[in-house]
Design a protein around this ligand. Structure first.
Ligand SMILES: C[S@@+](CC[C@H](N)C(=O)[O-])C[C@H]1O[C@@H](n2cnc3c(N)ncnc32)[C@H](O)[C@@H]1O
Length: 280
Protein backbone atom coordinates (compact mmCIF):
# COMPACT_ATOMS: atom_id res chain seq x y z
CA UNK A 1 0.00 0.00 0.00
CA UNK A 2 1.46 3.37 -1.02
CA UNK A 3 0.66 6.69 0.59
CA UNK A 4 -1.98 7.26 -2.07
CA UNK A 5 -5.17 5.23 -1.87
CA UNK A 6 -6.52 6.39 -5.25
CA UNK A 7 -3.38 5.16 -6.97
CA UNK A 8 -3.56 1.84 -5.08
CA UNK A 9 -7.20 1.27 -5.98
CA UNK A 10 -6.63 1.90 -9.68
CA UNK A 11 -3.51 -0.24 -9.72
CA UNK A 12 -5.20 -3.09 -7.89
CA UNK A 13 -7.84 -3.56 -10.59
CA UNK A 14 -5.84 -2.49 -13.66
CA UNK A 15 -5.11 -6.05 -14.83
CA UNK A 16 -8.74 -7.20 -14.61
CA UNK A 17 -10.07 -8.81 -17.79
CA UNK A 18 -13.30 -6.89 -17.24
CA UNK A 19 -12.83 -3.40 -18.75
CA UNK A 20 -15.48 -1.89 -16.45
CA UNK A 21 -13.66 -3.17 -13.39
CA UNK A 22 -10.22 -2.29 -14.74
CA UNK A 23 -11.38 1.32 -15.15
CA UNK A 24 -13.15 1.40 -11.76
CA UNK A 25 -16.67 1.72 -13.13
CA UNK A 26 -19.53 0.58 -10.87
CA UNK A 27 -20.16 -3.18 -10.67
CA UNK A 28 -22.64 -4.24 -13.32
CA UNK A 29 -21.57 -1.65 -15.89
CA UNK A 30 -22.25 -3.23 -19.26
CA UNK A 31 -20.24 -3.29 -22.48
CA UNK A 32 -23.03 -1.24 -24.07
CA UNK A 33 -22.73 1.44 -21.42
CA UNK A 34 -18.99 1.62 -21.92
CA UNK A 35 -19.56 1.95 -25.67
CA UNK A 36 -22.08 4.75 -25.01
CA UNK A 37 -19.46 6.50 -22.90
CA UNK A 38 -16.82 6.21 -25.63
CA UNK A 39 -19.24 7.57 -28.25
CA UNK A 40 -20.25 10.45 -26.00
CA UNK A 41 -16.67 11.45 -25.24
CA UNK A 42 -15.51 11.11 -28.86
CA UNK A 43 -18.45 13.24 -30.01
CA UNK A 44 -17.64 15.99 -27.51
CA UNK A 45 -13.92 16.04 -28.27
CA UNK A 46 -14.37 17.01 -31.96
CA UNK A 47 -11.40 15.01 -33.22
CA UNK A 48 -9.80 15.35 -36.65
CA UNK A 49 -6.99 13.31 -38.21
CA UNK A 50 -4.50 16.10 -37.36
CA UNK A 51 -5.64 16.61 -33.74
CA UNK A 52 -3.23 16.03 -30.86
CA UNK A 53 -4.79 14.79 -27.62
CA UNK A 54 -3.61 14.55 -24.04
CA UNK A 55 -5.58 12.72 -21.36
CA UNK A 56 -5.06 13.47 -17.67
CA UNK A 57 -5.79 10.35 -15.61
CA UNK A 58 -5.95 7.94 -18.55
CA UNK A 59 -6.29 4.79 -16.45
CA UNK A 60 -6.04 1.64 -18.57
CA UNK A 61 -6.76 3.51 -21.80
CA UNK A 62 -10.43 2.75 -22.18
CA UNK A 63 -10.88 6.13 -23.87
CA UNK A 64 -7.26 6.41 -25.02
CA UNK A 65 -7.47 3.58 -27.55
CA UNK A 66 -10.49 4.88 -29.52
CA UNK A 67 -9.12 8.43 -29.33
CA UNK A 68 -5.72 7.34 -30.65
CA UNK A 69 -7.43 5.60 -33.57
CA UNK A 70 -9.04 8.89 -34.64
CA UNK A 71 -6.42 11.50 -33.72
CA UNK A 72 -2.92 12.32 -34.96
CA UNK A 73 -1.38 11.61 -31.57
CA UNK A 74 -2.38 10.68 -28.04
CA UNK A 75 -0.55 10.98 -24.71
CA UNK A 76 -2.14 9.57 -21.57
CA UNK A 77 -0.90 10.52 -18.10
CA UNK A 78 -1.64 8.54 -14.96
CA UNK A 79 0.07 8.07 -11.61
CA UNK A 80 -0.95 4.40 -11.27
CA UNK A 81 2.00 2.48 -12.78
CA UNK A 82 0.14 -0.76 -13.45
CA UNK A 83 -2.72 1.10 -15.16
CA UNK A 84 -0.15 2.88 -17.35
CA UNK A 85 1.44 -0.45 -18.29
CA UNK A 86 -1.94 -1.88 -19.25
CA UNK A 87 -2.78 1.29 -21.23
CA UNK A 88 0.45 0.97 -23.20
CA UNK A 89 -0.22 -2.72 -23.87
CA UNK A 90 -3.70 -1.88 -25.14
CA UNK A 91 -2.41 0.94 -27.36
CA UNK A 92 0.20 -1.41 -28.84
CA UNK A 93 -2.34 -4.18 -29.34
CA UNK A 94 -4.66 -1.74 -31.13
CA UNK A 95 -1.87 -0.92 -33.58
CA UNK A 96 -1.60 2.75 -32.56
CA UNK A 97 1.59 2.43 -30.51
CA UNK A 98 3.51 4.61 -32.99
CA UNK A 99 1.43 7.70 -32.29
CA UNK A 100 0.14 6.99 -28.81
CA UNK A 101 1.67 6.33 -25.39
CA UNK A 102 0.85 6.49 -21.72
CA UNK A 103 3.26 7.95 -19.18
CA UNK A 104 3.42 7.39 -15.45
CA UNK A 105 3.19 10.81 -13.90
CA UNK A 106 1.46 12.50 -10.96
CA UNK A 107 -0.25 15.48 -12.54
CA UNK A 108 -0.64 17.26 -9.20
CA UNK A 109 2.85 16.38 -7.98
CA UNK A 110 4.59 17.54 -11.17
CA UNK A 111 5.66 21.12 -11.73
CA UNK A 112 4.32 23.22 -14.59
CA UNK A 113 7.88 23.23 -15.95
CA UNK A 114 8.05 19.42 -16.02
CA UNK A 115 4.69 19.20 -17.75
CA UNK A 116 5.61 21.89 -20.28
CA UNK A 117 8.15 19.43 -21.75
CA UNK A 118 5.18 17.46 -23.08
CA UNK A 119 4.10 20.44 -25.19
CA UNK A 120 0.58 21.73 -25.72
CA UNK A 121 -2.30 19.78 -27.16
CA UNK A 122 -5.34 20.55 -29.31
CA UNK A 123 -7.52 18.59 -26.91
CA UNK A 124 -7.09 17.87 -23.22
CA UNK A 125 -9.37 15.29 -21.68
CA UNK A 126 -9.80 14.74 -17.97
CA UNK A 127 -12.59 12.22 -17.53
CA UNK A 128 -13.83 10.93 -14.18
CA UNK A 129 -10.80 12.41 -12.40
CA UNK A 130 -11.55 15.82 -10.84
CA UNK A 131 -13.41 14.28 -7.88
CA UNK A 132 -10.14 12.68 -6.80
CA UNK A 133 -8.93 16.11 -5.70
CA UNK A 134 -8.65 16.04 -1.93
CA UNK A 135 -9.34 19.73 -1.45
CA UNK A 136 -10.01 22.93 -3.31
CA UNK A 137 -6.29 23.57 -3.86
CA UNK A 138 -5.91 20.24 -5.67
CA UNK A 139 -9.10 20.78 -7.68
CA UNK A 140 -7.88 24.17 -8.91
CA UNK A 141 -4.47 22.64 -9.67
CA UNK A 142 -6.10 19.92 -11.80
CA UNK A 143 -7.88 22.66 -13.76
CA UNK A 144 -4.69 24.73 -14.04
CA UNK A 145 -2.72 21.74 -15.34
CA UNK A 146 -5.47 21.15 -17.90
CA UNK A 147 -5.06 24.69 -19.20
CA UNK A 148 -1.23 24.54 -19.04
CA UNK A 149 -1.36 21.59 -21.45
CA UNK A 150 -3.99 23.06 -23.76
CA UNK A 151 -2.98 24.79 -27.02
CA UNK A 152 -4.32 28.37 -27.37
CA UNK A 153 -7.11 27.37 -29.72
CA UNK A 154 -7.69 24.03 -28.02
CA UNK A 155 -10.71 22.43 -26.38
CA UNK A 156 -10.66 20.77 -22.97
CA UNK A 157 -13.25 18.27 -21.85
CA UNK A 158 -13.50 17.71 -18.11
CA UNK A 159 -16.04 14.99 -18.00
CA UNK A 160 -18.21 12.85 -15.77
CA UNK A 161 -18.17 15.30 -12.87
CA UNK A 162 -20.28 14.18 -9.91
CA UNK A 163 -22.14 17.35 -8.96
CA UNK A 164 -23.63 17.52 -5.52
CA UNK A 165 -26.11 20.21 -6.53
CA UNK A 166 -27.63 18.02 -9.24
CA UNK A 167 -28.24 14.95 -7.12
CA UNK A 168 -31.63 16.01 -5.84
CA UNK A 169 -32.93 16.56 -9.34
CA UNK A 170 -32.08 13.04 -10.34
CA UNK A 171 -33.48 11.51 -7.22
CA UNK A 172 -36.70 13.51 -7.41
CA UNK A 173 -37.28 12.68 -11.03
CA UNK A 174 -38.03 8.99 -11.17
CA UNK A 175 -40.47 8.87 -14.08
CA UNK A 176 -39.80 8.23 -17.76
CA UNK A 177 -40.95 11.29 -19.69
CA UNK A 178 -42.47 11.12 -23.12
CA UNK A 179 -40.20 11.94 -26.04
CA UNK A 180 -36.98 11.15 -24.23
CA UNK A 181 -34.26 13.06 -26.08
CA UNK A 182 -31.56 10.57 -26.91
CA UNK A 183 -28.75 13.01 -27.49
CA UNK A 184 -26.75 15.07 -25.08
CA UNK A 185 -28.11 18.47 -24.16
CA UNK A 186 -26.04 21.61 -24.09
CA UNK A 187 -27.15 23.20 -20.88
CA UNK A 188 -25.63 26.60 -21.04
CA UNK A 189 -22.69 28.75 -21.89
CA UNK A 190 -21.03 31.27 -19.64
CA UNK A 191 -17.86 33.30 -19.90
CA UNK A 192 -15.84 33.56 -16.72
CA UNK A 193 -13.33 36.39 -16.98
CA UNK A 194 -10.57 37.29 -14.54
CA UNK A 195 -10.88 40.61 -12.79
CA UNK A 196 -14.61 40.22 -12.40
CA UNK A 197 -14.12 38.83 -8.89
CA UNK A 198 -15.62 35.55 -7.80
CA UNK A 199 -18.54 34.42 -9.92
CA UNK A 200 -21.68 35.50 -8.07
CA UNK A 201 -23.64 32.64 -6.58
CA UNK A 202 -26.56 33.45 -8.83
CA UNK A 203 -24.48 32.40 -11.80
CA UNK A 204 -23.88 29.02 -10.18
CA UNK A 205 -27.56 28.84 -9.42
CA UNK A 206 -28.40 29.56 -13.05
CA UNK A 207 -26.07 26.78 -14.14
CA UNK A 208 -27.58 24.38 -11.68
CA UNK A 209 -31.03 25.44 -12.74
CA UNK A 210 -30.27 24.98 -16.46
CA UNK A 211 -28.73 21.56 -15.91
CA UNK A 212 -31.56 20.50 -13.64
CA UNK A 213 -34.08 21.57 -16.28
CA UNK A 214 -32.19 19.55 -18.89
CA UNK A 215 -32.20 16.54 -16.58
CA UNK A 216 -35.94 16.93 -16.03
CA UNK A 217 -36.57 17.10 -19.77
CA UNK A 218 -34.65 13.90 -20.25
CA UNK A 219 -35.80 12.05 -17.19
CA UNK A 220 -34.28 8.77 -16.20
CA UNK A 221 -35.21 5.18 -16.26
CA UNK A 222 -36.29 3.81 -12.87
CA UNK A 223 -34.01 0.86 -13.61
CA UNK A 224 -31.06 3.21 -13.40
CA UNK A 225 -30.33 3.66 -9.70
CA UNK A 226 -28.63 6.75 -8.43
CA UNK A 227 -24.98 5.91 -7.98
CA UNK A 228 -23.03 8.20 -5.70
CA UNK A 229 -19.33 8.72 -6.27
CA UNK A 230 -17.45 5.93 -4.53
CA UNK A 231 -14.47 7.67 -3.06
CA UNK A 232 -11.90 6.34 -0.63
CA UNK A 233 -12.07 7.59 2.96
CA UNK A 234 -10.48 11.00 3.34
CA UNK A 235 -11.70 12.25 -0.03
CA UNK A 236 -14.38 14.59 1.13
CA UNK A 237 -14.33 17.40 -1.42
CA UNK A 238 -17.72 17.80 -3.02
CA UNK A 239 -18.08 19.34 -6.44
CA UNK A 240 -20.84 21.76 -7.33
CA UNK A 241 -21.39 23.80 -10.46
CA UNK A 242 -20.98 27.03 -8.45
CA UNK A 243 -17.66 25.88 -6.92
CA UNK A 244 -16.26 24.84 -10.27
CA UNK A 245 -17.27 28.15 -11.85
CA UNK A 246 -15.59 29.99 -8.97
CA UNK A 247 -12.42 27.93 -9.49
CA UNK A 248 -12.45 28.78 -13.19
CA UNK A 249 -12.31 32.46 -12.30
CA UNK A 250 -9.40 31.73 -9.93
CA UNK A 251 -7.41 30.46 -12.92
CA UNK A 252 -7.08 34.09 -13.96
CA UNK A 253 -7.58 33.90 -17.68
CA UNK A 254 -10.61 34.46 -19.89
CA UNK A 255 -12.36 31.20 -20.59
CA UNK A 256 -15.51 30.06 -22.28
CA UNK A 257 -17.05 27.22 -20.39
CA UNK A 258 -19.98 25.09 -21.43
CA UNK A 259 -21.86 22.52 -19.39
CA UNK A 260 -23.32 19.49 -21.10
CA UNK A 261 -25.00 16.37 -19.85
CA UNK A 262 -23.56 12.94 -20.57
CA UNK A 263 -25.60 10.79 -22.97
CA UNK A 264 -28.26 8.86 -21.03
CA UNK A 265 -26.58 5.46 -20.76
CA UNK A 266 -23.10 6.68 -19.83
CA UNK A 267 -22.06 4.92 -16.59
CA UNK A 268 -22.70 7.11 -13.56
CA UNK A 269 -24.42 9.70 -15.76
CA UNK A 270 -27.08 10.52 -13.14
CA UNK A 271 -26.18 13.78 -11.45
CA UNK A 272 -23.02 14.11 -13.46
CA UNK A 273 -22.17 16.69 -16.07
CA UNK A 274 -19.38 17.44 -18.52
CA UNK A 275 -17.54 20.75 -18.69
CA UNK A 276 -15.99 22.05 -21.90
CA UNK A 277 -13.35 24.79 -21.72
CA UNK A 278 -12.07 26.97 -24.54
CA UNK A 279 -10.16 30.21 -24.70
CA UNK A 280 -12.10 33.00 -26.43
C1 LIG B 1 -11.85 6.71 -12.59
S1 LIG B 1 -10.30 6.64 -13.39
C2 LIG B 1 -10.69 7.24 -15.01
C3 LIG B 1 -9.74 6.72 -16.06
C4 LIG B 1 -10.09 7.15 -17.49
N1 LIG B 1 -10.09 8.60 -17.62
C5 LIG B 1 -11.42 6.58 -17.89
O1 LIG B 1 -12.40 7.33 -17.92
O2 LIG B 1 -11.49 5.37 -18.13
C6 LIG B 1 -9.36 8.01 -12.70
C7 LIG B 1 -7.88 7.94 -13.03
O3 LIG B 1 -7.23 9.14 -12.60
C8 LIG B 1 -5.95 8.79 -12.11
N2 LIG B 1 -5.45 9.87 -11.26
C9 LIG B 1 -6.04 10.38 -10.15
N3 LIG B 1 -5.26 11.35 -9.64
C10 LIG B 1 -4.18 11.49 -10.46
C11 LIG B 1 -3.02 12.33 -10.45
N4 LIG B 1 -2.83 13.21 -9.48
N5 LIG B 1 -2.12 12.21 -11.46
C12 LIG B 1 -2.32 11.29 -12.44
N6 LIG B 1 -3.38 10.44 -12.48
C13 LIG B 1 -4.30 10.55 -11.52
C14 LIG B 1 -6.19 7.46 -11.38
O4 LIG B 1 -5.01 6.72 -11.19
C15 LIG B 1 -7.18 6.79 -12.32
O5 LIG B 1 -6.54 5.96 -13.26
Amino acid sequence: VSENLVRDIHDAVACSENPAQASVRPPGTTTRELAAMRRDVLGKLHLYPNTSVLEIGCGVGLLGVPIARRAASYVGLDFAPRAVRVANERLQAAGVGDCARALCLDVLGSSAQELSKLGRFDRVLMYAVLHYARDEREAVLFLRRTLDLLAPSGRALIGNLPLEDLRGDWQADGHIPKGLPGRLLAAGRWVATPGSGPVPLTRGWKTRHALAAAIKRRGRSPAEPFAAARLPPGYTLTLTTADIERWLVMLGEPLIHTWELPAPSVPLAPARADLILQRP
